[in-house]
Design a protein around this ligand. Structure first.
Ligand code: WTA
Length: 674
């Protein structure tokens, strides 16, 4: 937990009470021809009240937006902490995202507009074409023995095949586990092992800032000691030479030639697993968040409809990678279930120049743009001149996700990118919640820069003390959700005890988000940040314990502690304190080696910004590392608070000595994805 002496991230980010109170911006209304879905704040409040008073009525009504093979019997069952939704219903998520759009005018509408990083590579897939590709891939998976309930790991760049593979898994009832292409062999191996996947889909590489990401090499390294994977399907993307294991590896294009282009989807139960997505927690081991079919799909779909107000004529761009939950819910399932057209881009925002995004918005006339604050901060830093060359008049709505957005950055986004005419929807949610939980409704909810504003329908969010009592406005506390919702995680994969322990035990009767927040006088939510040892680096969740175990796995390291410090671009940056083994000497070369080691183990996003070699770490008498003190050292702030539990009082001087000659690694590329 945060110590009250410390500066809160709010203060560091410059969110002050004064600033938040003055700014109250009417949400610009889109001047389109269609009627707004929600027309006033009063209507929102009435519907919100109803959704909490009669959740079953509300969700049953919403669930009519899904195509069912068989209707559910019971809307929800709640045996704390295990929820079931639309029990007895049968559906297929892929059919809802693809097949049902073929029956009407959307058949030849673009489902995916894709641009590769190398200039000039553009691919457009209509719903009809998407259907064919998904069916063929489904048949390839079946041909290689994948059956309902089997796990398939997807380790791909942002190319149409990533979306197609996810949908193909959903179609045959296989459970996909997408691993972010920026993760290295260590993280990949851990995820494959935990999910016991029998098949992996990867590529011969992907483009990122002009370079090629060696996905296949990484995968081969990850598979070296694993026996569960029998088949690897390889997408030909870069045509660069790759290692090959005969009998295990197959080129996907060759396999696609062998199968038919139609396939009858599996009838899945509402509560059948749809996917596992690993995310960071307080322990060194990532958690396998399990989502099921109907509730998840419905959550992703209705939030896309209301919060992004997605229409048939929109070109919608969520910049997230499919390796993250945002990519699952708001690149694939939400917008496609709505019959939208999604734009997908493979590469880096600054390749070949920092105007790349704006050029693509102009080229394709993108109308909805959803990205992360860390990206917006990078744009702001690169300067306005990169934007001013492009015509951004097609934009009508902007979104933000992943971390708190500084009010100044929000204003810049609103004014410079949105030209003051686009509402900015700051959306708060998590891998575990599956869909957006707190966000404004565009054109309706008055906006306050830096606040995710008000809860979505059916979401009973509150700020409480450790006993679960609601706190008055202005008081910081734990952000909880007080009742189950359709798109919530059902459990942690094969670890229901940890599920109960992590989410349902800290605050009695509530789902604990792990975030601290407060509400203002208007009931608006202000997210302060994580309360656990999870950091948010460039919009990505990283557990300090994961980085610590990666460091400790290096032969020169005896012990390591990792903390975060505020960073103007990344939100938070990693600072590592490392105790070396006797034989090792603290050289610059070793430091670089350790950074490279972490990149290999987890991925480049986890490379510590600073590594301090130290002789000791501040510990309590029971041996627990006092992170609060390390944070002060990392933040270069005065060490305050109670030091009486510190076992070795000389440690602080030793650490201060280490800090006086900060050993800072080379600057990272300005990106939020690697
Ligand atoms: C943080 C990403 C402030 C929060 C969808 C949460 C945010 C964690 C916001 C989940 C926001 C996400 N404002 N903080 N709008 N959105 N967060 O699982 O700390 O990758 O707990 O899901 O990101 O990260 P995750």
């Amino acid at each position: 937990m945060r110590n009250s002496d410390e500066k809160s991230p709010d203060e560091v980010r410059g969110i002050t009470a004064g600033l938040t109170k003055i700014r109250n911006i009417p949400s610009p209304r889109w001047r389109g021809t269609r009627k707004p879905r929600i027309s006033s704040l009063t209507q929102y409040r009435r519907l919100y009240r109803e959704s909490l008073q009669k959740p079953e009525v509300f969700w049953a009504e919403q669930a009519r937006k899904i195509s069912w093979y068989r209707k559910w019997r019971t809307v929800s069952q709640w045996e704390p902490p295990f929820a079931r939704w639309f029990v007895g219903g049968e559906l297929n998520a892929c059919v809802n995202c693809v097949d049902r759009h073929l029956e009407g005018p959307r058949r030849y509408k673009a489902a995916i507009v894709w641009e590769g990083e190398p200039q000039g590579q553009i691919r457009v897939l209509t719903y009809q074409e998407l259907h064919r590709e998904v069916c063929r891939l489904a048949n390839v998976l079946l041909r290689h023995g994948v059956r309902r309930g089997d796990r398939v790991v997807i380790y791909l760049p942002m190319i149409p095949e990533a979306l197609i593979t996810m949908l193909a898994c959903a179609r045959i009832g296989a459970v996909h586990s997408v691993v972010f292409g920026g993760f290295g062999p260590g993280a990949l191996q851990e995820r494959i092992l935990d999910s016991q996947a029998r098949l992996v889909v990867t590529a011969d590489g992907g483009y990122r800032r002009g370079a090629i990401i060696p996905l296949k090499e990484n995968l081969d390294a990850a598979l070296a000691e694993l026996s569960c994977v029998q088949t690897v399907l390889v997408v030909r993307r870069t045509h660069c030479p790759i290692p090959w294991v005969e009998g295990r590896d197959y080129w996907l294009d060759q396999e696609l030639e062998k199968v038919r282009s139609f396939h009858t989807a599996e009838r899945m139960g509402s509560e059948d697993p749809l996917f596992i997505l690993y995310t960071s927690g307080s322990t060194g081991k990532p958690k396998g968040v399990l989502h099921t079919t109907a509730g998840y799909l419905l959550g992703a779909m209705v939030t896309t409809e209301y919060i992004f107000d997605l229409r048939d004529e929109d070109l919608y761009w969520c910049t997230a990678d499919v390796g993250w939950i945002t990519g699952h819910s708001y690149v694939v399932y939400g917008p496609l279930a709505c019959g939208g057209t999604v734009f997908v881009y493979e590469g880096a925002p600054d390749h070949p120049s920092p105007s790349r995004f704006w050029e693509m918005i102009e080229r394709h006339r993108i109308s909805i743009f959803y990205t992360a604050p860390t990206a917006i901060r990078a744009f702001l830093r690169w300067g306005e001149e990169w934007l001013s060359k492009s015509d951004l008049s097609s934009l009508r709505l902007l979104g933000s996700v992943g971390e708190p957005i500084n009010p100044e950055v929000w204003m810049w986004y609103f004014e410079k990118v949105g030209g003051g005419r686009c509402p900015v929807v700051d959306t708060w949610w998590q891998t575990e919640t599956g869909a957006i939980m707190i966000a404004p409704l565009p054109g309706v909810t008055p906006l306050k820069p830096g606040s995710a504003t008000l809860p979505f329908f059916g979401v009973d969010a509150a700020v409480v003390d450790p006993e679960g009592n609601e706190l008055p406005p202005g008081n910081k506390g734990r952000l909880v959700l007080r009742r189950p919702w359709p798109s919530m995680l059902r459990t942690l994969y094969q670890d229901p005890d940890a599920y109960r322990q992590i989410y349902w035990t800290p605050v009695p009767g509530c789902y604990f988000t792990g975030d601290a927040a407060y509400r203002d006088q208007d009931g608006y939510f202000w997210i302060v940040g994580r309360m656990d040892d999870v950091l948010n680096v460039s919009g990505h969740r990283l557990g300090t314990a994961e980085v610590e175990s990666a460091l400790v796995s290096h032969p020169a390291v005896a012990e390591a502690a990792v903390v975060g410090r505020p960073d103007p671009l990344k939100g938070q940056a990693l600072v590592a304190f490392v105790i070396l083994k006797e034989k090792a000497s603290p050289t610059q070369a070793l430091m670089e080696e350790l950074r490279a080691h972490v990149a290999r183990q987890i991925g480049p996003i986890a490379k510590p910004e600073e590594i301090h070699f130290t002789e000791a770490l501040p510990k309590t008498r029971s041996g627990k590392i006092m992170r609060r003190l390390l944070k002060s050292v990392a933040n270069r702030s005065e060490v305050r608070g109670d030091l009486s539990t510190l076992e070795d009082q000389t440690v602080l001087q030793k650490l201060a000595a280490a800090r006086s000659e900060p050993i800072i690694g080379e600057a990272e590329p300005e990106s939020w994805e690697d």
